[in-house]
Design a protein around this ligand. Sequence first.
Ligand code: EPU
Length: 303
Amino acid sequence: MTVLPQDILRATFGERLHRNVRLAPYTSARIGGPADFLIDVRNADELSEVVIKLREINNPFIILGGGSNVLVSDKGVRGIVVLNRAKDVRFNAGDLPFVWCESGAILSSVAHRSAAQGLGGLEWAANVPGTIGGAVYGNAGAFGSDVAHNLIKADILDETGRNWWPLEKLAFGYRTSSLKTGNKQAVVLAAEFNLINLTKELAQLNIEQFSAKRKATQPPGASMGSMFKNPEGDHAGRLIDAAGLKGKRISSAEISLVHGNFFINTGETKAADVKALIELVQKTVKEDSGIDLELEIELIGEW
Ligand code: EPU
């Protein structure tokens, strides 16, 4: 696929199309070069419409949600970045409460808003960065829970149109789904999550407990969250720590002293610095413990 000329894109997307947009501000690590073009969408219908048009004109694109699990290259993204700002959230009360969220809604915000209504189930996610779309795509999780535990179904734009995918079709695994491993064409438009009736006080207390644990074990600052997946039976953070790598820096990219699996952008970090640190960690941990660490984050853009 090649990127179409600007006049064709302009004719298709009009004023929605922005040229040469720096992506760093749209990522949690605050790293990354420009997108040739950026289109922001404000609701799930717009997201669907834009993706269908992009497929019709056969133009390459990626969808960016919270930018929390991606490392955008310094050269940036050729083609179009669709910035997902579809944030509508609707709660359904009753004996079996649930919440419907558009895919650009912020997961942690949905968790907090649920708790404020005395609805539990998502308290584990109260400090997990990223959007609903990214969370479904990567089966985000923390403290023994994950999206797969709460999701009812996801509204997906696939090759056949807009369909509700049940859990079985999403084939969730540890930090993965069929959206990540297989069907790269499918786009999350919205999702529904089971909730449980609690009191506001109890839901809030649960959030406070998870937040305290998070604060005690994970660093603040600009990062991509966990850099590597935990290998079977061990923890990437522990392995990086044991290899003596905590505090190691390349330029202003630093392996956190609080948690070895977090790389912090302490200044004007380049994606290339983070990539070099990733490779150093993979090599050193392999030598130290024989284990191959696999990235949890995704590298996007032109490398
Ligand atoms: N550890 C060390 N040194 C370190 C860091 C951790 O020895 O520098 C040890 C800890 O002492 C503990 C073990 O490693 O015994 C596990 O650490 P922790 O409890 O912090 O959990 P984790 O496995 O590193 C996972 C998720 C986090 C999630 C937490 C809490 C992954 C890759 N990470 O971290 O998810 O918040 O559990 O449930 O699965 C994320 O995916 O982005 C993420 C932050």
